[in-house]
Design a protein around this ligand. Structure first.
Ligand SMILES: NC(=O)c1ccc[n+]([C@@H]2O[C@H](COP(=O)([O-])OP(=O)(O)OC[C@H]3O[C@@H](n4cnc5c(N)ncnc54)[C@H](OP(=O)(O)O)[C@@H]3O)[C@@H](O)[C@H]2O)c1
Length: 213
């Protein structure tokens, strides 16, 4: 599949590598400077299945668009892509801010980044996913044979299975987390992972998994 990934940092770069190398997808990174050494070295590592250009060029290429931009840059990046009506957008962002108590969520409970993204990407099908674990776990989501969990929240039930399939190819245990408004829960869940990892000593090399009877 042809994928647009907007942002080629920790998350975008990791996802691009994993989807190109594990699943054979073609990747077009939408970045601010395609000629930067960072982007060029990522492209060299990925080989012929990857290229880079502007966010608008990436969006024109991709069958699905994955947002992997810092929260403050996300509205600008979405607007740079132009009309996204009818497009499938996977939103991995978390609305992080730094306050007196360290990293926290800028918004939550009453609205989410996922819903803001839906407002900016008018007419698109937005799915909140790939936000609730560290980028290292996106490269390797399996722990001692156990798949870590990844949620997908979105309102477009017709396209949700496609999104779950694509994210599941990374190796996650996929769970349908309901409508897009549940991004409020997924972003809080991400914040729990971040807090435990960075402020409570768990480090980044662990993940949530689902057990059941
Ligand atoms: N890090 C994690 O483990 C993790 C896990 C889950 C979710 N997230 C979320 O994923 C998002 C990305 O995080 P990250 O850690 O990957 O950040 P990052 O390493 O800083 O990468 C962000 C990327 O976005 C690019 N960018 C910035 N503004 C842009 C614009 N207007 N158009 C296109 N690209 C733009 C940056 O390019 P430049 O190099 O030009 O600045 C960079 O390539 C954040 O919202 C974060 O909350 C992160």
């Amino acid at each position: 599949m042809k994928l647009a990934i907007i942002g080629a940092g920790n998350v975008g770069g990791t996802l691009g590598k994993a989807w190109a190398q594990k699943a054979g997808h073609e990747i077009f990174f939408g970045v601010r400077d395609a000629k930067s050494e960072k982007t060029q070295s990522l492209l060299r590592a990925l080989g012929p299945k990857a290229r880079a250009g502007s966010a608008a060029e990436a969006a024109a290429f991709g069958e699905m668009i994955v947002l992997a931009t810092p929260w403050p840059a996300t509205e600008t990046a979405i607007r740079a892509m132009g009309d996204l009506k009818g497009r499938i957008v996977l939103d991995s962002t978390n609305p992080l801010t730094r306050g007196p108590d360290g990293i926290g969520l800028e918004i939550g409970h009453a609205i989410s980044a996922g819903e803001k993204v839906q407002g900016w990407a008018a007419g698109a099908s937005v799915f909140k996913t790939l936000n609730s674990t560290g980028f290292g776990n996106m490269a390797n989501p399996v722990f001692n044979g156990v798949k870590s969990v990844m949620f997908v929240a979105g309102d477009d039930e017709a396209n949700k299975p496609k999104v779950m399939q694509l994210v599941g190819e990374l190796g996650f245990d996929m769970v349908d987390a309901g409508p897009l408004r549940n991004a409020r829960l997924l972003e809080a869940h991400a914040m729990l992972w971040i807090d435990l990892s960075l402020a409570r000593g768990l480090g980044r090399d662990w993940a949530f998994a689902r057990v059941k009877r």
